[in-house]
Design a binder for this molecule. Structure first.
Ligand code: SAH
Length: 242
């Protein structure tokens, strides 16, 4: 069950250790740490309580982008139901079979935010959807490692379900390919002088969210890239003021 667990900027080393333990108990071993405040740390080792192998093999990177570049399906976790329009929230139970199906065909990741602030909207632009653990609206935020435990448990239960998850004909395009598509669209928008009249958050960031939410496979990305290349070629043939 190769699901990648990604912790973005965890502050407390104890939470990293407790995350390793939560993952190990449910059979998950792939931990990526994005700019942890301090790691390795004796407190992380202490709270891993026997799951040090996960800590030893943890990958350290500087940005979320690096952690998920090769992933097809990327789900962010958030206590707050925010940006419902861009990121429809699923429960862990709904998300688990989808993650396992994607993980069986390529790389799939679950992303957790920093203890105090959670994930930013920029972080969410790399994600296909948001997973929210149902909780009391008066106090909805779980401890980081406990949130990891709930998700790992649901993945374990889904993995033991008798019905195999459906397979896609073509694998999901990895995040790095979606980024190239967004950049390519950005070039074309500049060439045709398209500006964002609505204002609000960065236009390319908003387009990236649309692509993330669409769960595009590699063929679909290729078609869109081809379409953009055709627009550029046509403009070149017609002279740059066309
Ligand atoms: N104030 C922050 C809380 C961060 S808690 C916020 O509003 O997001 C640290 C991390 O634990 C979160 O970024 C998320 O990854 C996870 N988490 C905590 N409670 C959660 C919940 N109810 N559902 C899903 N993830 C949760």
């Amino acid at each position: 069950m190769p699901i990648r667990f990604v912790l973005v900027a965890p502050r407390h080393p104890g939470n990293i250790g407790a995350t390793a333990r939560a993952m190990s108990t449910m059979g998950f071993h792939e931990l990526w740490l994005v700019a942890p405040a301090s790691f390795p740390h004796p407190e992380a080792t202490a709270l891993a309580a026997g799951a040090e192998a996960v800590l030893r093999s943890a990958r350290l990177v500087h940005s979320l982008k690096e952690a998920v570049a090769d992933c097809g399906l990327v789900y962010a976790t958030s206590a707050r139901a925010r940006g419902e329009y861009y990121w429809p929230a699923s429960s862990p139970r709904e998300a688990a079979p989808r993650l396992l199906a994607a993980g069986a065909e390529g790389e799939a990741a679950l992303v957790f935010g920093p203890e105090r602030t959670g994930l930013t909207n920029e972080d969410l632009a790399y994600c296909s959807g948001v997973v929210r653990i149902p909780s009391d609206p008066a106090y909805e935020s779980l401890n980081l490692a406990q949130a990891v435990q709930v998700l790992a448990y649901e993945l374990r239960c889904a993995g033991e379900a008798p019905v195999p998850p459906p397979r896609r004909a073509v694998a999901l395009a990895p995040v790095a390919e979606l980024e190239k598509l967004t950049a390519h669209l950005g070039e074309v928008l500049t060439e045709v002088d398209f500006t964002d009249r609505a204002g609000g958050p960065n236009l390319l960031n908003r387009l990236a969210r649309i692509f993330g939410r669409a769960e595009l496979d590699q063929h679909e990305v290729n078609v869109l890239r081809g379409l953009l290349a055709a627009v550029q070629a046509r403009r070149r043939r017609a002279g740059s003021d066309a």
